[in-house]
Design a protein around this ligand. Sequence first.
Ligand SMILES: Cc1cc2nc3c(=O)[nH]c(=O)nc-3n(C[C@H](O)[C@H](O)[C@H](O)COP(=O)(O)O)c2cc1C
Length: 162
Amino acid sequence: MTDLTSDNFRKACGHWATGVSVITACDTDGRGYGLTMNGITSLSLDPALFIICVDNKSETLEPIRRSGAFAINVLASGQQELSNRFAKKGPDKFDGVGHTKGSTGSPLLDGRLMAIECAVQEIHAGGDHQIIVGLVRALSLPESEDLQPLLYYRGKYAALGA
Ligand SMILES: Cc1cc2nc3c(=O)[nH]c(=O)nc-3n(C[C@H](O)[C@H](O)[C@H](O)COP(=O)(O)O)c2cc1C
């Protein structure tokens, strides 16, 4: 067995291949916030629920709480730059980034694979993260069958079949 150290736990987590999403929210003053996230999963079909896991240090956490809503923007292949931009802290993440306002007020990023808009239903403490359960309010499926997902594995971006 491998030693259970924090480094090895990180490495183990990196072997979970995922897609990449940007979670966005619009604060009560109208300002957009967002962070790159792969800690997401669908939870329930009826009612339609989705889970996101937000670091307690994330600057997007309070805007999600205050607005009571968030959008999951699942990124398409070729959107690595967008992923890197939203994986850093900073006040101007939306500068020059094409987006529209979704029906729940959260920003929807242009060029995404698909988006799910949620209202915050429950928030649970989970170690150094908050587990946020969202009730799905709106969907935007891919506009083209040709769009492919952006993938993430062992700290690197990947494409389907690569
Ligand atoms: C591929 C990838 C996946 C990530 N997944 C998560 C996640 O599941 N939860 C989280 O809180 N941060 C995650 N992060 C880190 C955040 O994107 C990063 O801490 C960001 O700077 C937070 O921004 P904010 O403080 O403006 O909200 C991930 C980063 C990358 C590159």
